[in-house]
Design a protein around this ligand. Structure first.
Ligand SMILES: Cc1ncc(CN)c(N)n1
Length: 221
């Protein structure tokens, strides 16, 4: 029987291919992505990652299994994948200050993505809430692995690519995949379907995150 993560991955295939081929990713690799667009992405991603960390902690609070709990707590503290340190460097390099962050509104797609994850936490199951986090690890790890061979001529973009191809990030991704497969083995058919839907929806929001940054999406009131 195929693992639940392989089923999810197949169902999200088109969305993932669109992410791999999104102009944000292509231009990041070529070095032609405007720095202003990368800056926009980093600010929105800061909101996303803060909430991502909170979600790890809230999900951990619902779990008894010690290894999964520990992994999620470490994730909430940014200890699993080395992503937070590099963000600090990017913020310094691009002089993104706390004041600027404080006056930047969260953009529509970032808001929707974060809301989706909280919705799974509040209305779904622990397994579906945890599954909503998986594309964040897995998609970025696949992007890192795809881009590393050519890299990017722009130092900041190269560092971004290296972060997601790193052994720590790959290890965290593999652990997260194992956790979701473990949940999948214990889940009812209905719960398995909810997990798959949560994964596909997060994949949808991942694709739209690139688009949001590429067009500098704003609220139209
Ligand atoms: C939106 C998003 N998705 C995934 C990742 C990789 N942790 C990220 N930084 N931002």
């Amino acid at each position: 029987m195929p693992t639940i993560t392989s089923i999810m991955r197949t169902q999200a295939e088109d969305l993932w291919n669109k992410s791999f081929n999104h102009p944000f990713i292509k231009e990041l690799s070529k070095g032609t992505l405007p720095m202003d667009t990368f800056r926009y992405y980093l600010k929105q991603d800061h909101y996303y990652l803060n909430n991502f960390s909170i979600l790890h902690k809230r999900i951990a609070d619902k779990i008894d299994e010690p290894q999964i709990k520990q992994f999620l707590i470490a994730g909430s503290e940014g200890l699993n994948d080395g992503e937070n340190e590099i963000r600090e460097t990017f913020f310094k390099e691009l002089t993104i200050t706390a004041e600027e962050m404080g006056t930047t509104p969260i953009a529509p797609n970032a808001y929707s993505y974060v809301s989706h994850m909280y919705h799974e936490l509040n209305e779904g199951t622990t397994a579906s809430a945890c599954t909503a986090l998986l594309p964040c690890y897995w998609l970025y790890n696949e992007i890192g692995k795809q881009l590393i061979a050519d890299g990017s001529p722009i130092e900041l973009y190269q560092q971004f690519i290296e972060t997601y191809d790193s052994p720590e990030f790959t290890e965290a991704t593999n652990q997260m995949i194992q956790i979701i497969d473990q949940f999948g083995e214990q889940a009812s058919d209905g719960e398995r379907q909810r997990m798959i839907t949560a994964f596909v929806r997060s994949s949808y929001y991942e694709l739209n995150f690139w688009e949001m940054a590429y067009v500098h999406e704003e609220w139209h009131n």
